[in-house]
Design a binder for this molecule. Sequence first.
Ligand SMILES: Cc1cc2nc3c(=O)[nH]c(=O)nc-3n(C[C@H](O)[C@H](O)[C@H](O)COP(=O)(O)OP(=O)(O)OC[C@H]3O[C@@H](n4cnc5c(N)ncnc54)[C@H](O)[C@@H]3O)c2cc1C
Length: 458
Amino acid sequence: MRSNPIDYELVAPSSLSAVVSLLAQQPGEWLPIAGGTDLMVQYAAGKLSARKLVSVWNLPELRRIDVSDAEVAIGAACTYTDIREHEVVAQELPLLAAAASWTGGIANQNRGTLGGNIVNASPAADSLPALLVYEAELILVSSRGERRVRYTDFHIGYKEMLLARDELIRAISLPRRVSGYVSYSRKVGARNAQAISKVCVAGLGRIVDGRVSDVRIAAGSVAPIPFRLRETESLVKGNPLTADLVQAARKVAISEVRPIDDIRSTAAYRSAVLGNLVAEFLQNLSSGGSEVLTRWNSLSVEEAAEQILHCCGSSTWARRLAARRPLNNEAALLAASDEIWHGLEPADWLEAFSKHPRIGERKAPSAASSQSASWSAQEQKSVGAASDSVQQELADANREYEHRFGRVFIVCATGKPAEEMLEILQRRMQNDESTELHTAAEEQRKITNLRLKKWLNS
Ligand SMILES: Cc1cc2nc3c(=O)[nH]c(=O)nc-3n(C[C@H](O)[C@H](O)[C@H](O)COP(=O)(O)OP(=O)(O)OC[C@H]3O[C@@H](n4cnc5c(N)ncnc54)[C@H](O)[C@@H]3O)c2cc1C
């Protein structure tokens, strides 16, 4: 049954000290309300037992994000919009920024707060796994003063937490010491936005000298509270991330969680997905954080070869590189690519050359993919800015080159002005066939490496 609004009292003191002294005078009588996105749902459902609400929404101390050398302190009443739009948070704490961006819709992000998410303590709350892996601390305030609690200790059972009845969360402190880490987060729900998680995972890890030097994995929606998968972490830490270890970690992760069947999902589905996400994170970590490489490593040889053909148009190169997988990071990919390229026949090199447009010519050969054509245009953009006479000289020199060598002139054009390319072309006209073929092959190798890097960051 709906409650009568008259039964409720809402006050909004203008200072933090006034709020904490109200909480101290009548502990448990007054319930803090921030954005109200959880409490108003309870109210509308007739389930809000508290009758006296004290607003913390407008308290300046709770609405700011302070950045010091050691930490980022996010005021508890900062909204998801405040969080995802903050430059330092976006750059250094991408897992939190990502969680903020997929929490509810825009209206909810403008109103819902991080403090509210923590105290509402839903096992499915999206920002909480990120706070766990960032090893956040909560700064709690009451009329007795402030204290810090490690966030990992804060939730002690379903909707139970280490927050006294007269206390507020003032801020959430996140240490700034996670540079060089690979970040991973996934929310699996009925759809990407506006859905409560069936499973959510946040992961952070670093590999040094081929071994996992640090790893942190937290999961939500798979137990009464979000928590760190400590056994999985200890299994992995200190070891090279082999395929066997990833599979073992998947099993340990599944054994650590206690999901339930409910209207959104089944326990069996949640366990299986959790295992998949942990394995995906670890594969990602071993690939140096490149999701592109992780996905590519899992394709068939044909699909994988197809995906890289726009980096270098030799089909033999693409097939041989695809057959070398798994390649776990950029350095391994480039090293394998170079080695394969050097071992190819001249006919394979010529096939790759034939996918390039002439320097200065907009139209790519019909055999080139649209990605390859658009990269060629970017690589050669300096030609468009050159004077008409230089462009004309380039076109003439191209024709002479093709007449002499029977193929298109290949040069790694990135960063070179048109005049420089013209000068290189004229110089290379003096080469004999074999020297010129190997020079062009070396230029193609450089182009391939730049394109592979672009592809990894795509
Ligand atoms: C349409 C909709 C979609 C949603 N989608 C998602 C989603 O995708 N992911 C997700 O995680 N959540 C989602 N939520 C839940 C909700 O928006 C979040 O939990 C939000 O962060 C709650 O913040 P609030 O400020 O609105 O909390 P409020 O409703 O104001 O308060 C929630 C609880 O926190 C306490 N509280 C608030 N601030 C403090 C403080 N500083 N100190 C101590 N206690 C405090 C309150 O007393 C109350 O118990 C959704 C809600 C709605 C209505």
